[in-house]
Structures are given as C-alpha cells and as structure tokens.
Write a protein that binds this ligand. Structure first.
Ligand code: SME
Length: 169
C-alpha cells in the first residue's frame, strides 16, 4: 500500500506531511523530554499514514559495546515487536546510523544484511535524527508491508519533520 487519502485528509501526500508536522509541533510545544517527543512523533505519524506498518526510533545507545563499537537500542515505537539492539553498519537502520544518510529501500529482501524483525516488512525508510548540535541521537524507521511503499515525498517530509522536532535550536 502507498499513500491513501481519507475524506478528512489532503489528497496529496506532501500536504499530509505538512499537516501532521504542524500537529506534532503544536502538541510538543514546550515539552523538552526526548522520550515524550519521540513517543508523540511515532504515535502521530503511525496514525496519520495507512502505509506505515512499523513506526519508531532506534536511539544511539549511551554506552559502547564491550569491544568499543556503537550500537542502536530500540526506542519509542508503534507496531509489532522490534529487535532490541542493532550494531552501527548492520541492516538498514545500522547503515543509516553509520552513514548519516537516509536509506530508502524498495525491497528489504534485496538489502544486504537486512534485519527481519517482522517477516511482513517489504520496504522501508530510515532517516537519521540529529540534535541541535548536529550529533546523531537516533534513527527513525518506518516499515511497510508492500514493496516500494516510500518515495522521495516520504523522505522529504520525514527529513524536514525530524529536523524541526529534534534539531531546532
Ligand atoms: N528493518 C530494520 C530492523 C528494524 S525493524 O524492522 C523494526 C533494519 O534492517 O535495520
């Protein structure tokens, strides 16, 4: 499934991103707690788009592994059980964290090292999340059950939203 507009929603997916971004920013106004901010983003985005199947954050773990490597640990999410920890460089989330580049994956089964937390996932997008000082604090991961469910409109909408929620001064 790709974007499906309902009666109460804009026909255009980019307009829907702009609308939900404004709603999220209004809800989060004055709330500094990072967990509250991530939980609100995951909840409101999962509710806003029918093509979202698993929606959530993997945060940069505060401590390195015993062998000195960085890893991600699961944060606030909506969906079926997610893997708890992902090494930087591993799978789609770990690649987004290691490269700080959004990963837009039309077919997860063709992605080297993809981690299948739920076998129903077919495509995904993972966006790096930076704080106001440019530090990587998390990645935001959305999975869909159909191939190629995400496109450049999802990427632009999510990159802008993450910048406004987590990197704005
Ligand atoms: N698909 C991800 C793993 C996380 S889950 O799908 C919730 C990946 O390969 O990074």
């Amino acid at each position: 499934m790709s974007y499906v507009a309902r009666d109460d929603r804009p026909a255009d997916k980019a307009d829907r991103y702009a609308e939900v971004e404004a709603e999220i920013l209004a809800v989060l106004d004055g709330e500094p707690n990072l967990t509250a901010r991530m939980a609100t983003v995951a909840s409101m985005l999962a509710d806003a788009f029918d093509h979202y199947f698993w929606t959530g954050f993997y945060v940069v773990a505060p401590d390195k592994t015993p062998d000195g490597a960085d890893e991600l640990v699961v944060g606030p999410y909506q969906g079926t059980l997610g893997c708890l920890r992902i090494a930087f460089g591993r799978g789609v989330c770990g690649t987004a964290a290691a490269t700080r580049q959004t990963q837009l994956v039309e077919d997860v089964h063709a992605f080297p090292g993809h981690i299948a937390c739920d076998s129903r996932s077919a495509s995904e997008i993972v966006v790096p999340v930076l704080d106001a000082s440019g530090e990587l604090i998390a990645v935001f991961d959305v999975d869909a059950t159909t191939p190629a469910a995400f496109d450049a409109v999802d990427q632009a909408g999510l990159e802008r939203l993450m910048a406004k929620v987590f990197a704005a001064g």
